[in-house]
Design a protein around this ligand. Sequence first.
Ligand SMILES: Cc1cc2nc3c(=O)[nH]c(=O)nc-3n(C[C@H](O)[C@H](O)[C@H](O)COP(=O)(O)O)c2cc1C
Ligand code: SF4
Ligand code: FES
Length: 587
Amino acid sequence: MSADSNQDNVVRLHPGAGRNKSRIHLRGRQVHLDTLAQLRELIGDQPIKRDMLIEYLHLIQDSYAYLSAAHLAALAHEMNIPMAEVYECASFYAHFDIVKEGESPPAAVTVRVCDSLSCQLAGGQQLKSALEAGTDPTQVRILSAPCMGRCDTAPVAEVGHHHVDRADAAKVLATIKAEHFHPDIPDYIAYDAYVLDGGYALLNKCLAGDYSWEDIQKVLADANLKGLGGAGFPTHMKWKFVRQEPKPRYLAINGDEGEPGTFKDRLYLETDPHRFIEGALISAWAVEAEAAYIYLRDEYPAALVILKTEIAKVEAAGLAPAGGIHLRRAAGAYICGEESAMIESLEGKPGLPRHRPPFVAQVGLFNRPTLVNNIETVYWIRTLMDKGADWFSSQGRNGSQGLRSFSVSGRVNNPGVKLAPAGITMQELMDEYCGGMADGHTFKGYLPGGASGGILPAGMADIPLDFGTLQAYGCFIGSAAVMVLSDHDNMRDVVVNLLKFFEDESCGQCTPCRVGTEKMVKLLQRPDWDQVLMAELGQAMCDASICGLGQAAANPVTTVFKYFDANLIATDLAASATPVASAGDIT
Ligand SMILES: Cc1cc2nc3c(=O)[nH]c(=O)nc-3n(C[C@H](O)[C@H](O)[C@H](O)COP(=O)(O)O)c2cc1C
Ligand code: SF4
Ligand code: FES
């Protein structure tokens, strides 16, 4: 051990005490041998890897329910990296509880109550208040948390890692009492059933050379398959761009699905995981990737169990090299859905988006060319090959091509994932797929693309919903998360909810976003809205932010100004439940 023992059971690390090279870190910090032993037991005999830092933090958090300063120091020592690096990473992610020396650990049970829009509409705040009133804070910690990807069953709470759908206080308290802290695993198509249904025949043909990568690429191009994570970039072109770059290359699958209102990826993972895994393996084969990484949000514990179990079967069947698929668990940071932030996180760092160029297709994971695709994008590959490009591309409506998985939530009778023609209008989607407005509600407006895609009034429900069709209105479809608002919903409360989400989730790297989201929330809380000032702030955020979060965060505000009736806004401002900020708060 490269440090001196100066008292029983304690290693004091001195500057220059790094394992292989002289490196100044952990100045004066003590690493306890027993903590080090605990850590080594958790990590096991796998080699220590720098990119695994977040996984190691999960191991500690899962075992001890928090991260003590002693564990962080031991981890820094074990990984031979500065304590500051470990601390910086751990403190970036909402799902790690750091407990410094002298601080008390959190209560044994944590309940997270979703405070994103669809849950707010369904009474999430009242649920949180009822739980705070009905629990002992020394035993149970009640936290607010952003969208958990179950918006069709709002309001939602998570007890430990067990989600309570359509939650009320009684259900949550019963869950705590029963100590039901682990996810229920839904029925899904497991490996044998998938293979029996012709699964992996396509991958086997690819591996056997019956298909070239161009054969598959042509089908994706003819089907006009676009990236379904939000940006809508043609998938076949990404394959080409990544292949143009030198090897080694990587595949990184984006399963962060953090955009409030989105839950389609979870549905596909929890029902037909191998269709996704086969698509991912074909993508890896197409770009000749060295390894495939799957980045899965921590809010999807059932999908994590399913993927772990099923990937092991795929490797055992020889369809992927042992250890060739790396399943990584995120830790509660929306920004890590942005592809370059996801790559930083996969490397075991805080998820700070990178400046572009270079693009991740050129310089991505471990600085190598990387194909980044959303879960649903690759999920489609087998189906397109089985059913043909024409089948897919002929399905659109109002001039669009293909199918889209709309995650619909809010004030409709039947929320859920609706596989519907691209280009369908809001009105058609609601009438044909969602059973119309919820009883007792009158249609007021809708969000066509999650929290960042803008808000349109009911009178504009005839616009085709697809990539490119909403831009003219200052909106976008993004991940196709459609949230429906009614006359019961107050526009100030709605917009404050959305902007608070961006304020909380801004990575803080650039000023227009970090300060802009905070100021916008305060301006929205003023008794009257200074629309000129807010439009100017929104423009600055859009023009000068590094990544899509800051660039799009003001969309809900600017679209409400543009399209909602001034009298309606005035009425909503007066009736809002949001506490009003004073001018002094906005400096
Ligand atoms: C703030 C922000 C959050 C994002 N979150 C996600 C996400 O959760 N899942 C996702 O697949 N893409 C997300 N994206 C889009 C990704 O950056 C990227 O475009 C996508 O993963 C590429 O895959 P695709 O071409 O298959 O869509 C996000 C983008 C931004 C700017
Ligand atoms: S725009 Fe916001 S989230 Fe994106 S890099 Fe800047 S501060 Fe971070
Ligand atoms: S689960 Fe609450 S808004 Fe999505």
